[in-house]
Design a protein around this ligand. Structure first.
Ligand code: HEC
Length: 448
């Protein structure tokens, strides 16, 4: 059973309703009205090469290869199903509510989905093989931002650890130097990357900057470096703001491994030397900025998180600031029972609520930091309230649920649940806020 693309529409009416049958929700059928021959070589290969082969290739994290025509034809029906239900590429974000302009958005366009569906329905034809674009596979160990930003300026690796391939949760918390010297600098981008087999066992990896004290202990600088959870790409800090890397600091890793659950490796084996790397791209020394930006964990839950066996629950939490902020990214977090999450802003002056983002088929295997495009990143006046709502399903109808007969409450094991979000905020002042609002009004005038 799968959840489908209709869930968002239903949620509008019934607030986070659960959609159990995806097949009934598929809107991309042959009725798309394409009356020309759709072929692999001319139409489908470019879509698959651009959106799928990064994972579906030898050594990639996808379970099947999709590098040539034979692969695509063999798995045609599965491709049709995954793509039309918007389960692949794995970027879960509702496309009919909230802000849609996102950076590094992996979602396929309706047009591409229609092309694939039509191709399968027409019999998955090859077409003229000479039209197949040359396949350019990037190294699976390569940094995702390398094509646009080059290699990171700093790479800080966690100390290696051996993990049994099947087992319960484990945590690893080493300290390693960032390698950064020479004054305060601003970070342009960050990516946390489990190396090799570690990809299968690392559930999440948080990093904070810390300073070594004279007595050998460490003290947090107050700055968070990054956060990684399965499936995540990385973080880009918008131009014109600064996320600080403190000089001479260490990275404190907090790596949560869950070998038995999400990974899927042979029993009784040990996955050796697991290492997670943090790549940091820096702005030049003379980089100019006005406001600071940070990434923080907001525990957005008022009240208890507790689910009875075969039960469901919903949480919500609130956060406001005494100064205006701009929301640069949003990444809800939960575990195996979390089904949907939304971020809203409540404006006390007008009593209006605005939905910013909604993910109604959330999955613990795919954590994305949804990065808002610069022109639409929400500008939040002082005193307005961020509201996060999350909906959990502990019934057997939830395909991610390992055991619907358990009580589930808040906690850090994979079998427990969580209710929080990673949010990157630029901290503005009144003047900066007014200026950004004005700039957007001007742009809107030019466009209309
Ligand atoms: C970021 C990596 C990634 C990308 C990009 C990606 N996939 Fe996947 N895909 C996976 C993983 C991992 C799985 C298995 C786990 C899951 O379903 O989440 C999977 C599962 C699948 C399956 C089901 C395989 C089976 O055994 O039934 C199909 C079909 C599929 N993907 C097709 C696609 C297509 C088509 C695209 C591009 C339009 C795509 N994927 C893009 C990683 C990816």
């Amino acid at each position: 059973m799968m959840r489908g693309i209709g869930a968002a529409t239903v949620a509008l009416v019934a607030t986070l309703a659960f959609q159990s049958s995806a097949e009934a929700q598929v809107t991309f059928a042959s009725a798309a009205g394409i009356d020309v021959d759709v072929t692999y070589s001319a139409d489908v290969a470019p879509i698959i090469q651009k959106n799928c082969t990064v994972c579906h290739r030898p050594g990639g994290i996808g379970p099947i290869n999709l590098v040539d025509y034979d692969d695509a034809k063999r798995y045609a029906r599965r491709i049709r199903r995954q793509v039309s239900n918007r389960l692949m590429p794995p970027y879960y974000y509702d496309n009919d509510i909230g802000i849609q302009e996102l950076k590094h958005d992996w979602r396929l366009s309706d047009e591409d989905i229609n092309t694939i569906v039509e191709w399968v329905d027409q019999g998955a034809q090859m077409g003229d093989p000479d039209l197949i674009p040359e396949l350019d596979l990037i190294d699976t160990e390569e940094w995702s931002f390398a094509p646009t930003l080059g290699q990171p300026d700093l790479i800080s690796a966690s100390t290696p650890i051996d993990v049994p391939a099947s087992g319960l949760d484990m945590w690893h918390r080493p300290f390693v130097p960032t390698g950064h010297t020479g004054g305060e600098r601003c970070i342009k981008a960050l990516q946390v990357k489990p190396k090799g087999a570690a990809k299968a066992v690392v559930h999440h990896a948080n990093t904070t900057f810390q300073f070594l004290q004279e007595d050998g202990s460490f003290e947090a600088s107050g700055d968070r470096a990054s956060e990684y959870a399965m499936g995540k790409l990385g973080e880009l800090i918008p131009d014109g703001v600064c996320r600080v890397i403190p000089e001479g600091s260490y990275i404190r890793w907090d790596i949560h491994m869950y070998p038995g659950g999400l990974g899927g490796a042979a029993p009784n084996t040990i996955i050796e030397d697991n290492v997670v790397e943090l790549g940091i791209w820096l702005h030049p020394e003379d980089y100019e900025y006005e406001y600071k930006q940070d990434l923080s964990l907001y525990g957005l839950r008022d009240g208890e998180l507790l689910m009875r066996p075969n039960g469901t629950t919903m949480t919500q939490g609130f956060k406001s600031f005494d100064h205006p902020v701009r929301i640069d990214s949003f990444q809800p977090h939960g575990h195996l029972r979390l089904v949907s999450a939304s971020l809203e802003i409540f404006y006390p002056k007008t009593n209006r609520t605005e939905v910013i983002s909604m993910i109604s088929n959330w999955s613990a295997t795919w954590h994305q930091s949804h990065l808002y495009e610069d022109d639409v990143a929400p500008l939040v006046p002082a005193g307005a309230v961020l509201v996060m709502k999350q909906w959990y399903d502990n019934t057997a109808g939830n395909p991610n649920n390992p055991d619907s007969d358990q009580w589930v409450d808040g906690g850090s094991r994979t079998a427990d649940e969580m209710s929080h979000a990673w949010i990157a905020l630029t901290h503005l002042d009144e003047e900066g806020y007014d200026r950004l609002v004005e700039e957007r009004k001007e742009k809107a005038k030019i466009i209309s």
